[in-house]
Ligand binder design. Structure first.
Ligand code: GDP
Length: 336
């Protein structure tokens, strides 16, 4: 199609692999596209990029998660600038499940990561949708690979600590950092148990001014709680707990040292490879699930069948389950 801006996928892949930021932005837009006629181009691009990167070290991928207002953006700005000062190229993918409570996009405020977003060694990209699941989550996993292929290392992933998004985020990264506010021992109680299990590093932010002592005490109590869960065999790996001030840029170096120590031990034990294998498998199934639904919904034949079945479902003459099985059996070849 002449209107298709992704006609020359080979050229886009080459530009991206040479570190061209515009090509990276365009490539991410392509993998995020839900247009049926973009799907093959996106798949081809990902294959070309993977081939182009063969035998290269994967980038270090870090999730930074925590409740709204805890200081994730402030920390990522401070950490990003710190890493750039060490000669690194930093990508930030911000997953932004717009909260119906807060209304609108959490990232809409352009002042977030103000300095980092202007830095030529940083690439910041918010995730496009209000919900981090299905196709958006798959596209984000692909965006991580694209950032890495364009030479960004590390890739930081910001997620808001609400609901399912950080479980999915854990499938994107090597190291999961959970950011928490000072005080609020309840915070630990209230946190979904699953989120704590994901954390490799717990960071108590806002250790400055009047909050400094409270932050230190909070970190100490989390440390004690984590030691107990490790002793009880509830965690299979050690969790580091530290406090810092993102605002005053205090403790950033030691956060990065901690992340690197965790990463080195994963590399040493050969766990990074197996983690990436499991993640690749996870995203394959997610992608298959998503593509199946999209293609089923788009197929005129299936639409006709569903229209008839839906009539019976609405009248309660047929269960939703039975209708779904009928759709599938008319779609899949009979394998018996
Ligand atoms: P996010 O919603 O988690 O991304 O949080 P933000 O980074 O937007 O920060 C929320 C508020 O907390 C802002 O007013 C920040 O200035 C403030 N904040 C962030 N980090 C710190 C910190 O280390 N110390 C103090 N005192 N305030 C902070």
């Amino acid at each position: 199609m002449t209107s298709d801006p992704y006609g020359d996928v080979g050229a886009l892949a080459r530009l991206l692999l040479s570190g061209d930021r515009q090509a990276l932005a365009k490539a991410i837009t392509l993998v995020e596209s839900t247009r049926a006629d973009h799907q093959d181009s996106a798949a081809l691009l990902l294959d070309l990029v993977a081939t182009g990167r063969k035998h290269k070290q994967p980038a270090l991928r870090v999730a930074i998660s925590g409740p709204p207002g805890v200081g994730k953006s402030t920390l990522i700005e401070a950490l990003g600038l710190f890493l750039i000062s060490k000669g690194k190229q930093v990508a930030v993918l911000a997953i932004d499940p717009s909260s119906p409570v807060l209304g609108g996009s959490l990232l809409a405020d352009k002042t977030r990561m103000n300095l980092l977003s202007k830095d030529p060694h940083a690439f910041i990209r918010p995730s496009p949708s209000s919900n981090f699941h299905g196709g958006v989550a798959v596209a984000t996993s692909e965006s991580v690979l694209l950032c890495e292929a364009a030479g960004f290392d590390p890739v930081l992933i910001e997620t808001v600590g609400v609901g399912q998004s950080e479980v999915e985020a854990a499938f994107l990264v090597d190291i999961f950092v959970l950011l928490l506010p000072p005080g609020g021992g309840d915070e630990l109680q209230g946190l979904k148990k699953g989120v704590l299990e994901l954390a490799d590093v717990i960071v108590v932010n806002k250790a400055d001014g009047d909050l400094e002592n409270l932050a230190l005490a909070t970190a100490a109590s989390y440390r004690a709680a984590m030691a107990l869960t490790t002793q009880a065999g509830m965690k299979t790996h050690k969790v580091s707990v530290l406090s810092l001030s993102a605002l005053e840029k205090k403790g950033i170096q030691s956060l990065w040292d901690t992340i690197e120590i965790h990463h080195h031990s994963l590399v040493k034990n050969g766990q990074v490879g197996s983690k990436h294998d499991a993640q690749a498998e996870h995203w394959f199934w997610q992608s298959l699930e998503h593509q199946c639904i999209e293609q089923l919904k788009a197929s005129p034949r299936i639409r006709k069948i569903t229209a008839q079945l839906l009539h019976s479902v609405r009248n309660r003459e047929l269960s939703g389950r039975a209708a779904a099985l009928k759709v599938l059996s008319s779609y899949l070849p009979n394998e018996k």
